[in-house]
Design a protein around this ligand. Structure first.
Ligand SMILES: [Fe+2]
Length: 433
């Protein structure tokens, strides 16, 4: 994957790119963040007479969701001439982008991964896009650029599953109940086995009608690093499948990243230090340094951290020696969360929903970051395993089923609500400042 290049005079370019869509004039090829792609001037819509091999079409969050969007998809054939064609809804002209085509072999299967970065979008605008090659193409898919105002997002905890039917039902029902959600997060452990292509296909297939329409902000979990024989490797399938912003690292590109949506700065951390250390040491030190600098330079009102493994340790009924407390990850990151004014920390990994309220200096407090472990969205459950933590304020009904959350952000507040699969609310948290 090529690194994005940011060109100065960004606002001018953004305006010019937007004008291409609306005026249909030839402003030349413009791109403020460039892949090895060529954007053509606005042109009349082409006639589509056939289908194209394009599977698992997905939008991926970009560093600034107001002005750019990543589109990815897969094919069995090279489809090296494929382009993304996009337009403002209702426009009779469009812009085309040539796209990358990368052969990727994993789990004995070769596919072609395609990626295109749409730039110069106008904030708060309804677009639509399709994948075309010659006179073949897909139907139009909806796309909406962020603006500076309020928004809602869907948050899904670990979706790793034996059967992804339940994941599909949960995600699809959550999306139907929240048609105004503008993007969605999966909190890591998307799949049970990160090398198993059938699981990736099942995970992606379950999201048809969602991930093509609203962007995904994925969080890497430990299961993304597992091999078919349950050893550990670098998370090849995850890294190839999700071309997230490359704004975090030189040595761990796209393992962690940050993005802006509305008036929120999201920092997506990577907690796979143990899993990566034997192959690629240095993740923790590099990330701690990056995280501080990234948080300090953001001017957004709200700062939210998304990370897979939790900051606390929970005692459990199977391991009597395991005590409740602050985990190594908490020891490493919580002082920084306190110092940097993080408003909300969402975690996962333990497959249980627990609201721990605000913690500061490792203790419950009336100020400091609000900590929620988000639950489970797949069918791997741990009934009766966890002993309640002294910091727990609200726990999902036991034994736990799957669940999802919504996050609503505005000038006034952050509102986080947790729902069971039938849509009944089990917790709501409002954060003001
Ligand atoms: Fe996990």
């Amino acid at each position: 994957m090529k690194k994005n290049i940011y060109i100065s005079r960004r606002n001018f370019i953004r305006l010019c790119g937007g004008a291409l869509l609306f005026l249909g004039t030839g402003c030349g090829s413009l791109s403020s963040e460039t892949d090895p792609v060529v954007k053509t001037a606005s042109h009349a819509l082409r006639g589509i007479t056939g289908d194209i091999d394009a599977k698992y079409i997905r939008q991926i969050i970009t560093a600034d969701a107001a002005v750019s969007r990543r589109i990815m998809w897969q094919s069995d054939e090279t489809e090296k001439d494929a382009e993304i064609e996009y337009r403002s809804v209702g426009s009779n002209s469009s812009v085309s982008l040539k796209t990358t085509s990368e052969s990727f072999t994993d789990d004995g299967i070769t596919c072609y991964l395609h990626s295109a970065l749409l730039t110069d979008l106008i904030p708060g605008q309804d677009y639509e896009y399709r994948i075309v090659s010659g006179n073949s193409g897909t139907p139009w898919h909806a796309m909406h650029s962020a603006n500076d105002g309020a928004f809602k997002a869907l948050i899904f905890p670990d979706s790793q599953s034996n059967s992804y039917d339940g994941w599909q039902e949960l995600a699809q029902n959550a999306a139907k109940r929240n048609p105004d959600a503008q993007f969605f997060v999966n909190m890591g452990d998307l799949v049970d086995n990160g090398e198993d292509h059938t699981q990736w296909n099942a995970w992606m297939g379950a999201l048809e009608g969602i991930m093509d329409r609203i962007p995904l902000a994925p969080v890497m979990g430990n299961h993304e690093t597992y091999t078919l024989d349950w050893k550990v490797r670098l998370p090849q399938a995850y890294l190839h499948s999700f071309d997230v912003p490359d704004n975090g690292s030189d040595d761990f590109a796209r393992y962690y990243y940050s993005f802006d949506y509305g008036d929120v700065h999201f920092m997506v951390l990577n907690t796979q230090f143990d899993e990566t250390n034997d192959f690629k040491p240095g993740l923790l030190d590099e990330e701690l340094s990056w995280f501080k600098a990234d948080a300090e330079k953001s001017t957004k009102k709200w700062k939210i951290v998304l990370m897979h493994k939790d900051v606390l340790t929970y005692a459990n009924h199977r391991s009597p020696d395991r005590k409740a407390g602050i985990g190594d990850i908490g020891q490493d990151f919580m002082p920084g969360f306190d110092a940097l004014g993080i408003d909300l920390v969402l975690t996962a990994h333990l497959h249980t929903y627990r609201n721990r309220g605000q913690l500061y200096d490792f203790r419950p407090a009336s100020h400091g970051p609000f900590y929620i472990i988000t639950g489970v969205a797949g069918d791997v459950r741990y009934p009766g395993l966890w002993v309640d933590h002294p910091f727990d304020k609200k726990i999902a009904p036991q034994p736990e089923t799957d669940n999802y959350l919504t996050l609503e952000a505005s000038e006034a507040h952050l509102l986080i609500r947790c729902f069971l699969p039938d849509g009944s609310e089990i917790d709501a948290v409002e954060i003001k400042k």
